[in-house]
Design a protein around this ligand. Sequence first.
Ligand SMILES: C[S@@+](CC[C@H](N)C(=O)[O-])C[C@H]1O[C@@H](n2cnc3c(N)ncnc32)[C@H](O)[C@@H]1O
Length: 551
Amino acid sequence: MAKIKHNRDAKRQLGQFFTPPLIAKNLLDAWVLRADMRVLEPGFGKGAFLLPLVEAFMRLRNADLAKVLNENIWGVELDKDVYTWTLAEIERRWGKLPDRHNLILGDFLDPAVLAGYENRPGDLLGSGMGFDLIIGNPPFGGTVALALQDELERRYGRRHGCKIKRESYSLFIVKSLELLKDGATLEFICSDTFLTIPTMRGLRNALMEEGATTVRRLPEFSEETKYPMVTMRHVRGKKADEIVVDGARLKVSSIRCTGNLSWQVSDDHSVLFSGGVLAEYIVASSGMTTGKNEYFVRELDDDGYFDEPYDFMFFEDLITLKRELGRARLGKMSTVKQAEIARKEQMGVTRRNVRLLSFDAPKRLRIPHPDYRYYNKAQPGLFYVPPRFVIFWKDDGDAVKTFKKNGSWYLHGVGGAPFFEREGMTWRLVSSRIDMRYLPSGYILDSGAPCAFLRDGVERDELWFILGWCASPQATMLMKSVLNHTMNIQSKDIERLPYPWWVTASDKREAIGMVKCIVEDAQRGLTVQPRELDALFGLYDFNRKRIAQVA
Ligand SMILES: C[S@@+](CC[C@H](N)C(=O)[O-])C[C@H]1O[C@@H](n2cnc3c(N)ncnc32)[C@H](O)[C@@H]1O
């Protein structure tokens, strides 16, 4: 059999992780197929499901391959090499392919592919279309064709009022839902991040709105990927009132208590979310990217000194159409806009830009300095860590902002600007636990360390109370099990943590006092003792008895 060669980038772009035959077989064994069923495997790869399906239908259809591939089985695959391989394998096993069949070389997401198979309720012409079973392993993290992006956004961008992420596997699921007959089943292998990841919130919502879903963890998947995987079985029908995950029945009402619509919330945990969430007290925000930290960000030494290698010079830069096209989103620009820029180019219109000139020898500077601010990059450490970075911020960051304005479209925005220099709390975006720490006022914010700030009118003591709660292992447990069990902790994830309403007023006062002390001590260079931390976190503890007493 010919070997298929692929470089790793192409594999990743296609989300190409093939299902081991035994796993596919186990899933298919649960099905009693009938000779009148229509089954689809979108993105069939090397036929993990497709080949056993052909085998099963060949038994049901008296070995008539033409009938099987015209009336029972549909498949779509984008990669020509694996497509050809799989068709050759069918021929090798069952003889020559019929002239016409439903195995399509193409992009499953392309609206033209399988057009007319959608289940449109109330549409008489469309009734009877759709599939009885859609099964497979959709590409995870695969790229979506540039040319289709706007059309896909229009068709699948929102479902039941929630946003659907423009990503291969969420779009595969949404399109598949539309291709199912009423009462039919979608059975997909997915990454387990699907259960909580906030970007798939809209997809979980759509699945709850459109039928009944059961999820099972796969004990192992394959050597190719170490991601924990699950199987998701969805039966199209009426709105669900529960989701079954590994045998546990999760009430949709409990799921809806969590802002991310978590499919990992137990009834015990859902009660914690029933008394309000941190979003009522704090507003969290990501920071900015400079586009090139080495131009603007400097590391401090222990005495507060740093080296500045550059002088920043502003100049007027000629606008050219070629450059503007290079900066445009997806390299696309309307003809009207292009004509406007071409006119500017002819007239010699300029835009202010910034240039860096190297000093002969770096300047030795010290903080505090009027042209620099502390820069809040992600750092490990609970409660407080001394500042380690500064950013060139003369004239309210004029050089950074000018540099960004002249860069590509995705650099233009300055994330978190309304919160710059405010007092709050901050944590590492990528981390296995919430390393919450105090953020004194005066910092410019980096995107790697999101921050949270008290809402207007909220008493300042809440900052210490919430800081202590977020630093606790209990908060990390809820974050990583219920809210988002990837390595990321986004601003919204922190806002979605429950507010610790179960802590009594006296325990709350004590917690506030302790957190203040811990931060002040840390600012003076003293380290907090483990038993102090235990005592503090004990104040936030929740267990059934305590919750029942307070609730
Ligand atoms: C995760 S693999 C699974 C393959 C096969 N279903 C299995 O279970 O082994 C996803 C497959 O989808 C294909 N694919 C990726 N994007 C696609 C698209 N837009 N349309 C059709 N197939 C696509 C990939 O080439 C790959 O073969």
